[in-house]
Design a protein around this ligand. Structure first.
Ligand code: ARG
Length: 440
């Protein structure tokens, strides 16, 4: 080996020879964790700058290391154990002895936790914005088509009339809670573990608080053992994605129903619908079904990470390497589904007449008829019995109309005052849109 080449794995020295190729194949994580590259490079730069500030390495070495880090790429011949090994190998190949200085006071344990946190922070922000995009499209539909009246369901049976705006707004509120959960996951990730070393820090005069500030992170760790073993931030992000996907799944299911011939309440734009390879007449809502399907896999990933964590003794254990794949896939799936639904709702045609016909079947205002009797002094239970038996006898009510029934519901959060809700949602979405992205 030339003097500028790394001499085997980062941990060589204690162990003789290299890894058995089968062990390397099973244990390597480069194919997954190469997505951490820009984040690990940023953290490595911050670490090197700190080593320079603290007089642990010469200032000119800091300049060389920071510059060399900019040219690190996942090269075609990479067979490294992980992205951290790849970065150090290339630094040493470029800089020789200087490259070998960067790992002072650092372990892959605090390194991977830092890079993964930075990845989660950036992607939590992307999820917040992706959620806001879908919310904005739903609210826009509510402004445009919201006056259409449909029967809302319980038990999937016609229950009471509501304006479409109220129905769409219900989905937007569930997404608003997702925004809050993504923000909480972002905050959980926004703590720098760098300086915790392998688990108990370092005897070198490190400056973890300075590193956190350099990375634009909200704070630095408070316990070195916790810093390298904590994956709560990953679970938080997985959970936030999972629940968001569960919400998207419910919207998908609704689109499947609404676009069916049996309902006929909506039609998807052609560019989001699919056909059948055999049945020429088909126009299928695959996008909505995929939104529904992705949630199932998502629940599995969340369960998987929790199961990985549950038996781990402090601190770092290699099991933790399993944490990234599921999170990466979950975030990809969530961003993808948010976008898919945004497109589906954007191009959707609302069949207002069909919705209204269902709402105006003469039964959905039965509660209102009973409440009319209550206003005349009849006890509600008696009014309920009377209206129920009239319905059973075949009577249908044309008064109040669905529109009148809606207009009579004017308490906070009720369908008769949906304009207030839309204004509030517009305001909340604008607030989300105005959030500033993390520095990295
Ligand atoms: N690839 C490893 C992971 O993702 C990096 C940390 C390795 N640390 C160790 N002590 N082997 O967890």
């Amino acid at each position: 080996m030339g003097e500028h080449e790394a001499s085997g794995p980062l941990w060589s020295g204690r162990l003789e020879g290299g890894l058995h190729p089968d062990v390397l194949a099973l244990s390597q994580s480069l194919d997954v964790d190469q997505r951490l590259l820009p984040y690990d490079i940023a953290a490595s730069k911050a670490h090197a700058r700190m080593l320079g500030r603290q007089g642990i390495i010469p200032a000119e070495d800091v300049v060389a290391i920071v510059q060399a880090l900019d040219s690190v790429v996942v090269d075609a011949e990479a067979t490294d154990e992980d992205v951290h090994s790849l970065i150090e190998r290339q630094l040493v190949a470029q800089l020789g002895e200087t490259g070998r200085r960067v790992h002072a006071g650092r372990s892959r344990n605090d390194q991977v936790a830092t890079a993964f946190r930075l990845w989660c922070r950036a992607h939590a922000f992307a999820l917040i914005q992706g959620t806001a995009d879908l919310q904005a499209i739903l609210v826009k539909r509510a402004h445009v088509d919201g006056a259409a009246v449909l029967p809302a369901f319980t038990h999937l049976q016609r229950a009471q009339p509501v304006p479409l705006a109220h129905h769409l707004a219900a989905h937007v509120w569930s997404l608003q809670r997702d925004v809050g959960r993504f923000q909480a996951a972002l905050d959980a990730a926004d703590v720098s573990p760098l300086g915790a070393g392998a688990l108990a820090g370092s005897s070198l005069p490190l400056d973890p608080v300075g590193v956190a500030a350099d990375l634009g992170m909200a704070s630095s760790f408070t316990n070195s053992l916790d810093a390298v073993s904590d994956r709560d931030f990953a679970v938080d992000l997985l959970y936030a994605c999972t629940l968001c996907l569960v919400h998207c799944s419910r919207m998908g299911e609704e689109l499947v129903l609404w676009t069916s011939q049996e309902f006929g309440w909506a039609a998807l734009a052609d560019d989001v619908a699919t056909g059948s390879s055999m049945m020429p007449q088909k126009k299928n809502p695959d996008v909505a079904e995929l939104a529904r399907g992705r949630a199932g896999t998502a629940i599995g990933r969340l369960t998987g990470l929790l199961a990985t964590l549950k038996g781990l003794p402090l601190t770092y254990n290699r099991d933790l390497q399993e944490d990234k794949k599921g999170v990466f896939e979950q975030v990809d799936a969530t961003l993808g589904v948010l976008r898919l639904l945004s497109l589906a709702y954007q191009g959707m045609t609302v069949e207002a007449a069909k919705m209204r016909a269902a709402a105006a079947d003469g039964t959905t205002v039965a509660t209102d008829v009973a409440e009319g009797l209550v206003r005349g002094g009849v006890p509600f239970r008696d009014a309920h019995t009377e209206v129920a038996s009239r319905i059973a006898a075949g009577e249908r009510f044309d008064s109040p109309t669905p529109e009148e029934a809606i207009a009579a519901r004017t308490g906070p959060g009720m369908p008769g005052v949906v304009a207030d809700q839309l204004a509030e949602l517009d305001r909340l979405i604008a607030t989300t849109r105005a959030l500033t992205a993390p520095s990295l």
